[in-house]
Ligand binder design. Structure first.
Ligand SMILES: Nc1ncnc2c1ncn2[C@@H]1O[C@H](COP(=O)(O)OP(=O)(O)OP(=O)(O)O)[C@@H](O)[C@H]1O
Ligand SMILES: [Mg+2]
Length: 229
């Protein structure tokens, strides 16, 4: 039987046989404002709050204070977990990175952090911010692969946030996401609707529909079977 890391997000786990197969890598993609940061934060918050799995959030573009301020709008009791480091947010500003060598040592920092504190869930926000610093896309692919390989060895379940450029026909920004991941969740947002779609989930029987989604006081809510438009 495949062990699963439940997201605890209302409606989502029912779409994927109870949760994400544990210890693997997933991508969450979508346009700006589609809910990627909220969904991945909720995965970590529920991880510790409901399932006692410690979580690490690595932000490459948004300062932690901003993220936490936005999350403060939800009725989550996040503070105690931040205080005892069972939920940890770290900011590694990519804009300050000049050399690919520096990035590699930074990726090592993430691996060491996961090892030292035995984090069972990890979020990387975002791949485009990381990719921005790489001149060589092959090196990005290789570094990312090596990092994810180390993290998988520790049984940590990882979500990497990527983006779907608006108007573009591709689903993800780099096209390497599919190759590196066990699953891909797409978020859609327009002025009239929000939707969530499981594009790929290895080892899982899942619907291929787009389901209606809403952002409320408790965070993201998915309505399985409801069409968003
Ligand atoms: N408390 C709230 N209640 C309802 N909707 C909210 C709330 N907070 C944020 N939102 C909605 O969620 C959007 C932001 O979600 P989020 O930050 O997860 O998007 P994102 O996909 O990470 O965007 P980006 O690509 O810019 O990082 C806002 O634009 C707003 O529409
Ligand atoms: Mg975001």
């Amino acid at each position: 039987m495949i062990e699963r890391a439940a997201s605890g997000i209302s409606g989502l786990d029912a779409l994927i046989e109870g949760g994400l197969p544990k210890g693997r890598n997933y991508f969450v993609s979508g346009s700006a404002g589609s809910g990627k940061t909220i969904l991945s934060s909720q995965f970590l918050y529920n991880g510790i709050h409901k399932f006692s799995e410690k979580g690490l959030y690595v932000s490459f573009e948004e300062p932690i204070e901003d993220i936490l301020q936005d999350l403060g709008r939800f009725d989550w009791k996040i503070e105690p977990y931040l205080t005892d480091d069972s939920l940890k947010y770290i900011y590694l500003p990519m804009l300050k990175m000049d050399y690919e060598e520096n990035i590699y040592s930074m990726l090592t920092t993430i691996v060491n952090e996961v090892k030292a504190n035995k984090f069972q869930r990890l979020v990387i926000d975002s791949l485009p911010a990381l990719g921005m610093v790489y001149k060589d896309q092959n090196k990005l692919r290789k570094d990312l692969y090596l990092m994810l390989h180390e993290i998988r060895k520790m049984g940590c379940t990882t979500i990497i946030v990527t983006e779907k450029p608006s108007g573009d026909i591709g689903l993800t920004r780099f096209g390497i996401e599919d190759f590196l991941s066990q699953g891909l969740i797409m978020l859609y947002a327009s002025h009239t609707y929000r939707g969530l779609e499981i594009r790929k989930m290895r080892g899982t029987s899942h619907s291929t529909d787009v389901h209606r989604m809403r952002i409320a006081e408790q965070g993201i809510i998915v309505y399985p079977g409801d069409h968003p438009y």
